[in-house]
Ligand binder design. Structure first.
Ligand SMILES: N[C@@H](CCC(=O)N[C@@H](CS)C(=O)NCC(=O)O)C(=O)O
Length: 268
């Protein structure tokens, strides 16, 4: 039996969910509202000590870290492989998932909180709840400095130290995707695979925040890839449908309002 602990706007959870759907794996879903602080519940922290989603439980065994979870799924359920077998395509996939884990994902947390989530938590939580929410993050969470950094972003938004650098880093990776897609139909090869599944939520995040101007008339190969991704039948059900309507609307409202700040930073 497979159980997935996840959240509607979590990029890490979205890529695992999509991988499971693409591999025809059924799972029991447990929704952890990370914007209400449900990830800090001591019972959940027994499963995931960093207090982050996703977590997978397979027949009682806990598997954490989204990239590791996806690798595990391909090993445990090899029928529909997402990882390329060709060594060079495998390596290209690994470059992407490594870059994502080390740099793009932390940049995504920063971009998302500065643009949207800081407004959502301020709107939905009382002053005491917000203080509790911010105090709940363990020392090693999304990154080793997330507990303190999240507080700064919630308080200062785009003016928090390092936010502009993280936005520029995000831009660097979207440009890198565009470059790679000049040479092959999908990110790591001519076949759709794990690199595409992994990067999709990071492009979707930008789109859900109404920031498509990031690539329109600027990154044509990425724009074409994004159109093809959205045409894949399971994209809607595995990625978009799990995000509650109110959260989808908030991401769009606050994200669109923040687009001028992002646009200025990336200099489009
Ligand atoms: N390295 C972890 C990162 C997981 C992560 O950062 N999850 C985010 C959502 S995408 C989270 O749960 N954040 C909780 C918080 O900000 O308190 C993984 O790949 O699974």
């Amino acid at each position: 039996m497979l159980e997935l602990y996840h959240h509607g706007s979590s990029v890490c959870a979205a890529k695992v969910r999509w991988a499971m759907v693409l591999k025809d794996l059924e799972f029991e879903a447990h929704y952890i509202d990370i914007l209400k602080g449900e990830q800090f519940d001591p019972e959940y922290k027994k499963i995931n000590p960093k207090a982050v989603v996703p977590s997978l439980i397979h027949d009682g065994n806990i598997i954490n870290e989204s990239t590791v979870i996806m690798e595990y799924l391909d090993l445990a359920f090899p029928e529909k492989q997402l990882t390329p077998e060709n060594p060079l395509e495998y390596v290209k996939t690994r470059y992407w998932t490594k870059a994502l884990d080390e740099l793009l994902h932390p940049a995504c947390g920063t971009l998302t909180f500065a643009s949207s989530h800081r407004h959502i938590v301020k709107k939905n939580l009382s002053e005491e709840e917000l203080a509790e929410f911010l105090a709940g993050t363990p020392e090693h969470s999304v990154t080793v400095d997330w507990a303190d950094y999240k507080k700064q972003i919630v308080k200062y938004g785009f003016e928090a130290p390092g936010v502009a650098d993280k936005v520029r880093l995000y831009d660097k990776y979207l440009q890198q995707m565009n470059e790679d897609l000049k040479n092959s139909k999908w990110l790591a090869s001519e076949e759709f695979g794990l690199a595409d599944v992994s990067l999709t939520p990071y492009v979707n995040r930008v789109a859900m925040m109404g920031m498509n101007g990031w690539w329109e008339d600027r990154l044509p190969y990425l724009e074409d890839w994004w159109a093809r991704i959205q045409d894949i039948p399971t994209f809607q059900s595995a990625i978009l449908d799990w995000c509650p309507e109110g959260l989808t609307n908030d991401l769009m409202t606050f994200g669109s309002q923040s687009w001028p700040d992002v646009k200025e930073i990336i200099g489009t």
